[in-house]
Write a protein that binds this ligand. Structure first.
Ligand SMILES: CC(C)[C@H](C(=O)O)[C@@H](O)C(=O)O
Ligand code: SF4
Length: 761
């Protein structure tokens, strides 16, 4: 491990340092835990197959299906082939099932009650542990930071990189601390805390940073409440959020199937206790929040930063001073069908959705059930409202049923579903219809997110339950008053009551074409990076398309229906789909810039709005833009995962100050050609108007210019990776070989009492 240093370090610094395979500006870090789902993995496995590579650490990899699967009753479930009707969803789930068999990975499929949303099952099984690095091809991997893990979303190219090498090239992020102090007011919970934070810092507030959440309010929260907060770090622009592990963390973990036991447990806890920021550690950004300022909060617009207390009104775009913000707000209000000044509590809803990786855990369901019970013995969901509950995993569902929570929901008229992402992202049959308004516990309210034309208001599970019962957005305090007491109807149980009978993972099925060698210690021969073949980027001259929208999210760049592909190519037609085509007539929208001449031929994009590519980790976004023909994007700032994904596809994202972007925007709008010279790090303006220089990381520049694939480059460091693994086994033995596969499917159980600590209500 790296030599201890006397400089005070943050929690993030410590976990980062402990995973350095080698240190450099572009360092290589070891990945302890890799979660895999069906949407972002097919192209990664295909890449392995083509290069004849194996999965380096099947024992550190766990796969499940969540995004595409229907959440209807599984009573008739035999196989995904007969159960999933939509062909593309079926193909994507089928591809994962084939891949886990071929590569010998542990998989919780639809017939396994441990299946669930990736970010729910990782912690549930003890796969997520303090001080680990956790990745997944999914932006909400930030959830796992609640354990003091360094957990972040990655694109598909990086998924392939981790599968092949168990490492990732990384640049160190900045440290940001958000300190929340004091007692939470009545009616508020962790969702209100995180919505309040995002409203304050904005969706770009955490760009380039890892956020550490600290303070007495955070320390008082249960693990599930902490997960809801770290989950939405990505909506605050940070790739990762972290909370120092403590007794609450250790109590949550003890006895979970993939946790260390006996002496190793003691050893692990001793290490985990060191994982807190040192006094005097340096933070690049610090934010102080008083819990007393937080109210039950929800969103009014189409960005998670568009928050308002439930007692508030819809804001007026005319009051915004920044023209980009003003236009954005106007478009949001039009999309949401709201008027400035409208009282939030008077807004009627059509649907209520309780679920997702933010709020699909047992405490979330309990808190919503308590609101229903507070509404009266025979209270029902308001007339005309369809309300659904989607537990985050099969085990959450089972526990809720044992506690009688399902009965509370069903009696009130809620639909009680099976585990999956469901209507958080309508990649499956659960979707909003155009103009339907939904009170939702999910994390994104982007245009079309829950279904084309659908209108999403984000809020806590308790607030969703309150809205479902009244039929309009409602202040939950009217239901629960000052005191939230336990209801006798809900018998709180321990999840350990259900772990013991868990179904073992299927053994990998040997195949003729199998390329996995489970006994292989060394990596296979490295593929020559020069032959791996990314297109080289040196000098690019061409038409530049001008845009001036802020927070262009990846759902906007490529909506969910196009994520079901098994290929990396052919997505150009879908780029900016909802803006490019009239959704009714399917005709091109003549006002959209990429439909106009000469911009149809653009190979550069100049955007004056900040935070380009925010939201999901889908690499489909750069794939679509690239396939359209655009290879370089300049903007004031980029979301971290999107920025990274561009380089993996031979594309160049350039960060420039607003004044210079304005000049380039003017050139682009005039239809003039620009030249991007990466070798010289300049953009040449037309008509001798001079050059604008830009910064880019030297290593990335070198890779782009030479078309280098970084899996090949990393494999040249195989000896250092092996040395790291040897050290890892000696220092943190509990991180090796705890996979289900190695345990022969036996799930150990150490019974524990239900969590006594304060939970989200
Ligand atoms: C499909 C996946 C890439 C995506 C993400 O990264 O977040 C999804 O989970 C989402 O919530 O939009
Ligand atoms: S945000 Fe929604 S779609 Fe994405 S992983 Fe979480 S539940 Fe699934």
């Amino acid at each position: 491990m790296p030599a201890p240093t006397s400089t005070p370090r943050t929690l993030y610094d410590k976990v980062y340092d402990d995973h350095l395979v080698y240190s450099a500006d572009q360092a290589l870090i070891y990945i302890d835990r890799h979660l895999v789902h069906e949407v972002t993995s097919p192209q990664a496995f295909e890449g392995l197959r083509t290069a004849k590579r194996i999965v380096r650490r099947p024992d550190c990899t766990l796969a499940t299906v969540d995004h595409n699967i229907p959440t209807i009753s599984r009573k008739s479930f035999k196989s995904i082939h007969s159960f999933i009707e939509e062909p593309d969803s079926r193909a994507q789930v089928g591809a994962l099932e084939d891949n886990v068999k071929e590569f010998g990975l542990t998989y919780f499929g639809m017939g396994d009650r441990r299946q669930g949303i990736v970010h729910i099952i990782g912690p549930e099984q003890g796969f997520t542990l303090p001080g680990t690095t956790v990745v997944c091809g999914d932006s909400h991997t930030s959830t796992h930071g609640a354990f003091g893990a360094l957990a972040f979303g990655i694109g598909t190219s990086e998924v392939e990189h981790v599968l092949a090498t168990q490492t990732l090239p990384q640049k160190k992020s900045k440290n940001m601390r958000i300190n929340v102090e004091g007692a939470l007011p009545a009616g508020c919970n962790s969702k209100d805390i995180v919505l309040h934070i995002i409203g304050l810092i904005g969706t770009a507030g955490g760009n380039g940073c890892v956020i550490e959440f600290s303070g007495s309010t955070i320390r008082e929260l249960s693990m599930e409440a902490r997960m809801s907060i770290c989950n939405m770090s990505i909506e605050g622009g940070a790739r990762a959020g972290m909370i120092a592990p403590d007794e609450i963390t250790f109590e949550y973990l003890a006895g979970r199937p993939l946790c260390p036991v006996g002496e190793e447990w003691d050893q692990a806890v001793a290490y985990w206790k060191t994982l807190k920021s040192d006094a005097g550690a340096h933070y690049d950004v610090e934010v102080e929040i008083k819990a007393e300022d937080i109210a039950p909060t929800l969103t009014w617009g189409t960005s998670p930063q568009d928050t308002v207390p439930i007692t508030g009104t819809v804001p007026d775009p005319e009051k915004a001073t920044d023209p980009i913000r003003k236009n954005g707000m106007k478009r949001s209000l039009e999309y949401m069908g709201l008027q400035p000044g409208q009282v939030m509590e008077e807004v009627k809803i059509d649907k209520a959705f309780l679920g997702s990786c933010t709020n699909g855990r047992i405490e979330d369901l309990r808190s919503a059930a308590k609101v229903i019970l507070s509404a009266g013995k025979d209270a029902k969901v308001a007339e005309g409202v369809y309300a659904m509950v989607v537990p985050g995993s099969g085990l959450v569902k089972q526990q809720a049923e044992a506690e009688g929570i399902d009965v509370v929901f069903k009696k009130a008229g809620f639909d009680w579903r099976e585990a999956g992402c469901s209507m958080c992202l309508g990649m499956n049959p659960d979707q909003l219809k155009p103009q339907e308004r939904c009170a939702s516990t999910s994390n994104r309210n982007f245009e079309g997110r829950q279904g084309q034309g659908g209108r999403t208001h984000l809020m806590s599970p308790a607030m969703v339950a309150a809205a479902a019962m009244t039929g309009r957005l409602t202040d939950v305090r009217k239901f629960v008053g000052e005191n939230v007491s336990d209801h006798p109807e809900i018998k709180v149980t321990s999840v350990f009551d259900y772990m013991d009978a868990a179904i073992p993972s299927p053994a990998p099925i040997p195949r003729e074409t199998k390329i996995v060698d489970p006994n292989a210690k060394a990596l296979p021969e490295a593929v020559d990076p020069a032959t791996a073949g990314l297109p080289k980027f040196n000098v690019l001259t061409g038409i530049a398309a001008p845009m001036s929208t802020a927070n262009i999210d990846t759902d906007m760049i490529i909506p969910k229906q196009f994520l079901k592909t098994l290929e990396r190519t052919g997505l150009g037609k879908a780029a900016f789909f909802e803006h490019r085509y009239d959704q009714k007539t399917k005709e091109e929208n003549p006002d959209f810039v990429l439909n106009k001449e000469p911009f149809r031929r653009a190979n550069i994009l100049i955007c004056t709005g900040a935070n380009f590519g925010c939201g999901s980790s889908r690499e489909h976004a750069p794939w679509a833009i690239n396939d359209f023909g655009i290879r370089c994007i300049a903007a004031p700032s980029f979301a971290d995962i999107f920025y990274n994904n561009c380089f993996k596809n031979g594309m160049l994202p350039i960060v420039l100050p607003p004044a210079e972007l304005e000049q380039l925007h003017a050139d682009a709008s005039a239809g003039q050609e620009l030249t991007v010279d990466l070798e010289r790090k300049v953009i040449v303006r037309p008509d001798g108007k001079g050059e604008i220089s830009f910064q880019v990381d030297d290593f990335r520049r070198h890779c782009l210019i030479n078309g280098l694939d970084d899996i090949g480059l990393t494999l040249q460091h195989r000896e250092e990776i092996e040395q790291f693994e040897t050290r890892r086994t000696a220092t943190w033995p509990w991180l090796d070989g705890l996979g289900y596969a190695k345990k022969g499917g036996k799930v150990p159980v150490k019974p524990a009492s239900p969590q006594k600590k304060k939970m989200d209500w």
